[in-house]
Design a protein around this ligand. Structure first.
Ligand code: HEC
Length: 706
């Protein structure tokens, strides 16, 4: 039984390579794409089904719907004529109040989605009724290694299983019918601060999963596991290891030529934590590689170097994990410019010839179009303002760097667009073959890069080697307002042929949702203010919206059951922006819409936070200034810029209320480490911790005086 299941997908792929035609598939009724009924017994997912996903548009079989990851639904029952009649069909409450980034998968009427702490939910996609919940019981203390909240971006499906990567580095196969665990493997060395937030993909019977952790000091890789039994089949490292240990292969040796110093001590980074795509015809798997560890290249690879494969798109043979080609978007990354953003494959006509392209709008601000067979750059233009570079040289494929952008002088920090939040982050991009446009959740968020002159690698801690306090919101309200005015967010419609913006919809702020485009001439996107909106795909006119009561960042999906089309999105607040900058009601849900849906959301009551007036304190200005600096190196990523509090506890309340001993128990000795609040005794002295407390008390004083 096992071996038949194991071999079936490979056999089907072979069949498809010879020539897949709709006649030789049987999973659904070909005559009517909308006839899927809610199934009690999930049907098998095969290579053939995902390769021919367009033959069953009622389903959303894999992360980006198709292997090309276009996030375009061919369904058009909901369209630009009738979308104003869209209403809520059902909602499903999720009790986990952490960021919601998942793209749901829908197979024959059953939806599989995830929440924070890598919990998987199976839901009847027609009624919203819960079928089962699988909780991998991630130890909450592991949350300290999650740079950007304990989020998860969804599952993959194959055979009769769904697969989830957990925040503590496991890959788990779950029986799609029952929610029972089938197998579980650890994908990491458990002494290292790795995390998994990305959705697995399954190609030729192999479950492919990457990892995160470059902010803490790790070496990135992707691994393939046998979908049936979890056996490890291959691993591709995205940065080279210590040459003294011997290179895994020639590719690693070639990559090592581009590094200097003892980069392996802090891992080097390059964690491939999100995007992948697959071209079945070329049999190439594309992975997006993350930033360097630490961020400052001078500290990572003294003397320079491109540091392959940081910030690159790498094409691999999915059967062997062997390198085929790479394109590096940001050679010698020193800005956290990941190339892990959505990778989309499309066949488009450029200058009169049909090209097989790959598109990406990574953090660095350029929209890239590559030939996906060779990796050769076709075009690159900035889709947001870019100050670190003046353009990309098409012949060499390299960016032209701006003077000073590498912030060489500790006395001369560099104010830059984009910063580490990126011109576009993980929020899924979509491409509509109907309009020929790519839709990007774009943003303008400046950042001041400067060296952390006290940087020293500390294992398992935040290791960036840059001074984050330079970019903290200024304490002076007028200066803070000026910075605020620079910050923007928009839905951008981009033509990958002409490299031009076709239209843009300005949002009230950055960090808006992923995008779905449909054959109904629609695009759907949620935004930071919690609206979920439908626009015309060809000109961006707003046609419909609904208030979700929280923030929306995930990518929506569309599917059909019993002749009715649905649009669904996971909503909820948290994620890195929710921890660091903005506050929203902590509500987590799946919202699903259909024409004439008449369900409504229950009202929300948000308790106002009371910060007690702090007691008088005799802290000196130097002490508060040092506390500010320390806070923005060690605490802000969970407790918010300026200690304003996003999703996690408001430290201003704790600092005003608690005595120093209680503060030290938590901050130095790790009294709350089991719930994800790390102890800092290995990197902070009691004096520094007291400085932080005094800074937070001062912030509480300002807040209570306002
Ligand atoms: C990786 C994320 C993370 C980082 C970094 C972090 N914290 Fe926390 N912190 C938490 C979480 C999660 C909680 C809530 C724990 C709980 O619910 O028991 C918390 C709670 C606390 C509390 C208790 C708050 C209360 O209301 O009782 C204090 C005090 C605190 N943190 C201080 C700090 C300081 C100071 C720093 C920097 C030196 C810091 N934290 C860095 C995640 C973090």
């Amino acid at each position: 039984m096992m071996s038949i299941l194991n071999n079936l997908p490979k056999f089907l792929v072979l069949l498809c390579l010879i020539g897949c035609s709709p006649e030789n598939e049987t999973p659904v009724d070909e005559d009517d794409s909308m006839t899927s009924e809610v199934s009690t017994n999930p049907s098998l997912i095969t290579a053939e089904r995902i390769i021919n996903a367009d033959d069953e548009p009622q389903n959303w079989l894999s992360h980006g719907r198709t292997y090309s990851e276009q996030r375009f639904s061919p369904l058009d029952q909901i369209n630009d004529d009738n979308v104003s009649k869209l209403g809520l069909a059902w909602y499903y409450d999720i009790p986990i109040r952490r960021g919601m980034e998942a793209t749901s998968i829908v197979i024959d009427g059953r939806m599989y989605t995830t929440s924070g702490w890598s919990i998987v939910y199976a839901i009847d996609a027609k009624s919203g009724e819960e079928l089962w919940v699988y909780d991998p019981e991630v130890p909450r203390a592991w949350g300290r290694y999650a740079c950007c909240d304990v989020v998860n971006r969804g599952v993959a499906a194959w055979g009769n299983m769904v697969y989830v990567g957990t925040i503590d580095g496991r890959l788990i196969a779950i029986d799609a019918a029952t929610g029972e665990e089938s197998w579980s493997v650890s994908t990491i060395d458990r002494s290292k601060p790795y995390t998994i937030t990305g959705a697995p993909r399954v190609v030729n019977g192999k479950v492919i999963i990457g990892n995160g952790g470059a902010e803490y000091g790790v070496r990135g890789y992707v691994t393939a596991y046998d979908a049936v039994n979890g056996e490890q089949l291959w691993r591709f490292y995205t940065v080279p290891g210590n040459p003294a240990d011997g290179f895994e292969d020639d590719t690693q040796e070639m990559a090592a030529e581009t590094w200097n110093g003892q980069w392996w001590l802090a891992g080097g980074g390059g964690t491939p934590w999100d995007a992948m795509a697959y071209d079945p015809e070329l049999n190439l798997l594309y992975i997006g590689v993350g930033n360097g560890s630490p961020w400052d290249r001078d500290k990572r690879s003294p003397g320079g170097g491109d540091n392959l494969f940081l910030s690159s798109i790498v094409a691999l043979n999915p059967d062997t994990g062997k390198y085929v080609w790479h394109y590096q978007t940001t050679p010698g990354d020193t800005w956290d410019f990941t190339a892990t953003q959505s990778i989309i494959l499309a066949d488009i006509e450029i200058e009169g010839s049909q090209r097989k392209v790959l598109m990406q709008a990574p953090k660095n601000g350029y929209f890239y179009v590559l030939d996906r067979k060779t990796g050769k750059l076709i075009s690159a233009d900035n889709y947001v303002p870019v100050t670190w570079s003046t353009g990309v040289d098409i012949a060499s494929g390299r960016p032209i760097e701006a003077e000073g952008a590498r912030y060489p002088d500790p006395e001369q920090p560099f104010l830059q667009f984009p910063g580490p939040f990126g011109g576009h982050n993980w929020h899924p991009m979509s491409y509509s073959p109907q309009t020929g446009l790519a839709y990007v959740s774009a943003q303008e968020l400046p950042f001041i890069y400067g060296k952390d002159i006290n940087y020293k690698y500390s294992p398992g801690e935040w290791n960036l080697a840059i001074d984050f306090s330079l970019s903290a919101t200024p304490d002076d309200p007028a200066a803070a307002k000026q910075v605020d005015e620079l910050i923007k967010g928009r839905l951008l419609a981009w033509d990958p042929v002409t490299n031009k913006r076709v239209f843009a919809i300005e949002h009230p702020g950055p960090w808006n949702g992923g995008i779905l485009s449909t054959a109904g001439n629609l695009i759907f996107q949620g935004n930071i203010k919690g609206e979920f909106v439908a626009y015309r795909a060809d000109n961006g006119d707003q046609l419909w919206s609904m208030q979700s009561q929280t923030g929306v960042v995930a990518g929506p999906v569309s599917y059909a059951i019993d002749g009715e089309q649905y649009v669904s999105v996971t909503v909820g607040w948290g994620t890195i922006y929710g921890l660091v900058v903005e506050k929203r009601p902590p509500v987590s849900r799946v919202l699903t819409f259909k024409l004439n849906g008449d369900e409504s959301l229950p009202g929300v009551v948000q308790a106002a936070l009371v910060i007690p007036a702090p007691k008088a304190s005799s802290a000196s200005a130097e002490q508060i200034a040092d506390g500010r600096q320390q806070f923005h190196q060690r605490c802000f990523m969970c407790h918010a810029d300026g200690a304003k509090a996003g999703l996690l506890p408001d430290l201003r309340a704790a600092a005003s209320r608690d005595v120093p001993e209680a503060w030290n128990e938590i901050v130095l000795n790790g009294a709350l480490s089991a719930s994800g609040m790390p102890g800092f005794s290995s990197v902070l002295t009691p004096e520094k911790v007291e400085d932080i407390r005094q800074y937070v008390i001062e912030r509480a004083r300002v807040a209570t005086a306002e």
